[in-house]
Design a binder for this molecule. Structure first.
Ligand code: CA
Length: 229
């Protein structure tokens, strides 16, 4: 089967009528849809299919949607999640727990609206994979692995380069230290998050006042591409 134009979406919904409607609209919009009907299958599908997004009903048998999302985030899986909630109390639960839900719709919802939410989440979280990233005076050439400030080359270690490129690939997204460790260093566990702080400090020392990195207190770091660096 050909890869769908916009990538795969896992739809975890135990009501067949709703799941089929969502599938129809997502497919019409160029997504491929992998349907599952319970929480454990949703987890497994995200891990094996590597979808671009997960549409996640909260009221799922076995393991509910909240638990699925919590399990994914605990494993440093940041697949964008759009929750489907049945009641306002569920919305409170999703938002209150800071589960890293990217958006939600409340039943009954229009499938068109759900597709719009999925597309919006992808625009926010993915962005184009540009090879040359610019952030104010700083230019990062990912192909050549070169960094310059105001046109002057700056020597970075491979890890410093990877960290900077990772932050600037999704500018303004806040990365927890654990996620940076896992993405840049390849650590699976939250061991030694201080390493991240040390490398950010080194980057700031090398890039000077133009360093396009923002500290988010108590969380981690974000890349900054605007002029307010
Ligand atoms: Ca349900």
């Amino acid at each position: 089967m050909d890869a769908p134009a916009r990538g795969w979406v896992v739809v975890a919904e135990d009501e067949p009528a709703i799941a089929d409607l969502v599938r129809l609209y997502l497919e019409r919009d160029g997504f491929g849809v992998h349907q599952v009907r319970d929480g454990r299958d949703a987890l497994a599908a995200v891990r094996t299919e590597r979808p671009v997004a997960l549409v996640l009903d909260i009221g799922l048998p076995g393991m509910d949607g909240v638990e699925v999302c919590r399990t994914l985030r605990a494993a440093q899986d940041w697949t964008p999640v759009v929750f489907v909630t049945a009641r306002d109390e569920e919305v409170d639960r999703v938002l209150g727990l800071e589960l890293g839900a990217d958006d939600y719709v409340t039943k009954p919802f229009s499938p068109r609206e759900l597709v719009a939410r999925v597309r919006a989440v992808l625009r926010r979280t993915a962005g184009p994979q540009r090879q040359v990233l610019t952030a104010g005076a700083v230019t990062v050439d990912r192909d050549a692995r070169r960094v310059s400030v105001d046109g002057r080359p700056v020597a970075l270690t491979p890890t410093e380069f990877d960290l900077l490129a990772h932050l600037l690939t999704h500018p303004d997204r806040v990365y927890p230290r654990e996620e940076l460790l896992s993405a840049v260093w390849g650590y699976a566990a939250a061991a030694g998050t201080r390493t991240v702080d040390v490398h950010v400090a080194q980057l700031r020392a090398k890039l000077g006042p133009h360093a396009p990195i923002r500290t988010v207190r108590g969380v981690g770091y974000a890349g900054v591409t605007g002029a307010d660096t």
